[in-house]
Design a protein around this ligand. Structure first.
Ligand SMILES: Nc1ncnc2c1ncn2[C@@H]1O[C@H](COP(=O)(O)OP(=O)(O)OP(=O)(O)O)[C@@H](O)[C@H]1O
Length: 211
């Protein structure tokens, strides 16, 4: 990819867990549009999203998002990222609406009109006053993805988007991802264990299976 078109540049990234090396001097770019991270169980998809988010720090190497280097200005880098681990319990006590209400102050390009469309598209209206811990895994994912898509964040990271989703929601997600990916200057990175049809992927990053 032409580096000038890159939203995110990764240079010489190294990262290992104890006894599990994952990245050794990897360089690459993520451009505008939708990127699929494809890999089986344990291949490192979630870790890659955490690294790109600046949530887990690289052992060495640099990540630069829209001109901001993570190691030089970590808050400014993270400010441009939407990342919410679907397995985290950090938001559990909040209702869906309470959590969403915190987000326009956090994301300068938050799109309330898009959120209203995602509520309808994912059939979330009956769940807005429920606490996140009360939601099924599929509904919780839809709540996270509605926020991710509406955030307008320069880099939006989504892990395992279709787990627990009904067919109508998967169809809506494909369309909503395509629409978000068409927004200028926006990169969406989606991790999934197999190809996800119906999304115009600009790029695929394939991870080798766990040895
Ligand atoms: N905190 C950790 N400490 C040590 N090893 C870890 C840790 N988190 C993940 N791993 C290991 O790193 C590898 C990649 O894990 P990761 O969760 O990133 O993969 P994944 O592709 O998202 O897998 P899955 O789809 O099963 O969640 C796996 O071998 C996993 O066991």
């Amino acid at each position: 990819m032409d580096d000038k078109a890159a939203v995110l540049q990764v240079h010489e990234m190294c990262f290992s867990y104890p006894e599990r090396p994952l990245w050794a001097h990897w360089s690459g770019t993520v451009g505008q549009g939708a990127t699929l991270v494809l890999g089986g169980d344990g291949s490192g998809k979630t870790t890659l999203l955490q690294l790109l988010a600046g949530d887990v720090l690289v052992d060495s190497g640099t990540l630069t998002l829209a001109g901001v280097a993570l190691h030089e200005d970590t808050p400014a880098y993270r400010q441009q990222v939407f990342w919410q681990d679907p397995r985290s319990s950090a938001l559990d006590a909040l209702s869906v609406q309470q959590w969403w209400d915190t987000l326009p102050a956090r994301y300068s390009r938050w799109d309330a009109t898009a959120l209203a469309a995602h509520i309808a598209g994912f059939a979330l209206q009956p769940h807005l006053d429920k606490a996140l811990y009360q939601l099924s895994a599929g509904t919780r994912r839809k709540v996270l993805m509605a926020a991710a898509l509406a955030s307008g964040a320069t880099l939006t990271l989504i892990d395992e988007p279709v787990a627990g989703l009904d067919r109508a929601s998967v169809r809506y997600l494909q369309q909503a991802l395509a629409d978000a990916a068409a927004q200028p200057g926006r990169a969406l990175v989606v991790a999934h264990y197999e190809a996800l049809d119906g999304v115009p992927w600009a790029q695929v990053i394939e991870l080798p299976d766990e040895a």
